[in-house]
Structure formats: C-alpha cells, structure tokens
Design a protein around this ligand. Structure first.
Ligand SMILES: NC(=O)C1=CN([C@@H]2O[C@H](COP(=O)(O)OP(=O)(O)OC[C@H]3O[C@@H](n4cnc5c(N)ncnc54)[C@H](O)[C@@H]3O)[C@@H](O)[C@H]2O)C=CC1
Ligand SMILES: O=C(O)C1=N[C@H](C(=O)O)C[C@H](O)C1
Length: 266
C-alpha cells in the first residue's frame, strides 16, 4: 500500500513538533515536507530540535505543493495562516487536516463550500483529544436536561485565540439542543467589564490563561439544588495525536467536509 504523503505546517511549534514525530513514527505515513516561516530549502534534520527528519523545509506553500504533491496537509499554525494554507491545499488537490483554531463561522463556510466544489475531504478539528471530544458530546447530552451552563476553558498563556476553539465548538453543540436562554439575573451588571465572560446564545464562556496549564475545559451545569461538572484535561500534546492519526486516515477515505471529530469517531 502506498504511504500517505504528508506536509506539516508549523513544525517548530508545540503541536507541530508532536505531529512531525507522529508522522515519522507511522510506517503508513511519509513526511514529504514541512511549511515554516524560515529555513527555506534546509532539511528539517538540520533545524534545531530535529535529528533524522529528512523532509524539506518550505516557506512557499505553492512551491511545496508543486514539488511534493502531498496527499494531506496537517496545519497547526495560526488562524490567518491556517486559513490561507487550507484554502490553498484544497485548490491544489491536497486534503487538509486542520487543528489550528480561531476560524470564524464565515471561514468555515468558505472551506465547506470549497471542499464541496473540489470534492476533497477536509477535516477541521478544534480538539484532537478523544477525551475532549467525549466531554463535548456529554455536555451536549446534559444540555437537554440542564438549560443553565457556564463553560470554563483553561490554557497556557502563549495561546493566541480566546475563547478556545473547543469552547466555541462546545457552545455550538449545546446551542443545537438548547433553546437560547439569557442566563443569570435579568438586571445583572458587570462592575468590571468582562466579569461574566463571553456570551454565546446567553451562556457564558470564561477563558483562563496561566503558565503551567496545557489545555483544560470544565462545563458546569446548574439547576435547582444540583450542579453537574464535566471536565477534560490534556496534560501533554501527545494526548492530541491519536486524533490527528484518525483524521489523516479518515480524510483520505472521506470526500466531505467535517467540522469536529465527534462526526467521525464511532
Ligand atoms: N486541534 C487541537 O487539538 C489543538 C489545536 N491547537 C491549535 O493549534 C495551533 C498551534 O498551536 P501551538 O502549536 O500551541 O502554537 P505554536 O505557537 O507553538 O506553533 C505555531 C507555529 O506556527 C508557525 N507559523 C506561523 N506562521 C507560519 C507560516 N506562515 N508558515 C508556517 N508556519 C507558521 C510558528 O512559527 C509556530 O512554530 C493553535 O491554533 C492552537 O489553538 C493546539 C493544540 C491542540
Ligand atoms: O492552543 C491550544 O493549546 C489548544 N487549542 C485548541 C483549542 O483552541 O481548543 C485545542 C486545545 O484546547 C489546545
């Protein structure tokens, strides 16, 4: 069986490094290139932090795709760059697996349309950790019985986007089963702006950023005399890699647009 040819974008990043390792260690995958902001033309093995990864470093996505003709792009960069990479991938016939968060709903619509037009699979996964996907699904289940909910997401302090992609996806999943409800007292006032967090269909999302944290989320439900908390913690970035593998394998077989791993786990 031919190996799946993969390009990783953001290889020196926290997630990118782990994704490079995943690709290198899987005998069905071949790392044919990486997309970075620097080190054009070098072998990745000559870049600090790497040893035996022979893939070429590209700073130009067009050159990378033209020369390497990859099957899959794994993008772990920033929202603007990730969007540009994903659009370009679909235009070149490369199937995107995107972990990058911070895309707007307009971005997602654009990508869905492009995936349909090209007939290429495209997977956007706000969270690759299977436990986090279950936490979102369990929260959606609980929301049928509890209409009041607060989402607390906690991340390392180098994270660019807030709220996290996972928190946004959780709020969307809850909203799909819950009538919009303005929570809290109707006359409540913030004496310090932002005290009640972000408001999504009346539910509140709170973003904590601290060194020492990795990726954590607690979804808290309340009703008369009881609360229910559903929590997931990622303690390292290896926790995301089984989901990346699932997404890569699925995107090669599936020609549709997928937003969220809950749509592909069995
Ligand atoms: N879906 C998931 O399960 C997860 C998603 N993420 C998301 O993945 C993204 C990356 O997260 P981290 O690795 O923590 O960030 P990071 O800041 O460690 O890595 C981002 C990398 O992108 C690179 N980059 C920036 N512009 C680029 C360009 N034009 N071309 C190529 N590379 C470029 C940077 O040099 C950096 O190495 C974020 O959006 C984050 O929210 C993070 C963890 C899990
Ligand atoms: O930036 C991170 O670290 C993470 N980002 C994703 C998100 O925004 O939800 C996934 C995970 O929470 C880690």
């Amino acid at each position: 069986m031919a190996k799946i040819k993969i390009v990783v974008a953001g290889p020196r990043g926290r997630m990118g490094k782990e994704a490079v390792k995943l690709v290198m260690e899987n005998e069905n995958y071949e790392l044919v290139g990486v997309l970075d902001r620097k080190n054009e033309g070098k072998s990745l093995s000559d870049v600090e932090g790497f040893t035996n990864e022979n893939a070429i470093v590209y700073t130009d996505i067009h050159k990378c795709f033209t020369e390497q003709k990859p099957d899959v792009l794994v993008d772990l960069t920033t929202p603007e760059v990730g969007m540009e990479h994903t659009v370009t991938a679909l235009e070149y016939g490369v199937r995107p697996v995107v972990g990058t968060t911070g895309f707007s709903s307009g971005d997602l619509n654009k990508l869905e349309n492009l995936s349909k037009q090209t007939g290429l699979g495209c997977i956007i996964a706000p969270n690759f950790a299977i436990g986090a996907v279950l936490m979102m699904k369990f929260s959606q289940m609980a929301a049928k019985y509890f209409s009041d909910v607060e989402i607390l997401e906690l991340h390392h302090d180098q994270k660019l986007d807030a709220p996290s992609g996972t928190a946004v996806k959780t709020a969307e999943m809850i909203s799909s089963v819950r009538e919009a409800k303005q929570q809290g007292h109707k006359d409540e006032k913030e004496t310090i702006v932002g005290a009640r967090g972000a408001n999504y269909d009346g539910m509140h999302i709170h973003s904590v950023r601290l060194p020492g944290l990795i990726a954590h989320q607690q979804v808290m439900f309340g009703s008369d005399g009881q609360t229910l908390s559903i929590r997931h913690d990622s303690y390292n970035r290896a926790s995301f890699m089984s989901g990346v593998r699932l997404a890569v394998d699925t995107v090669m077989k599936n020609n549709s647009f997928v937003y969220g791993l809950e749509n592909i786990i069995e």
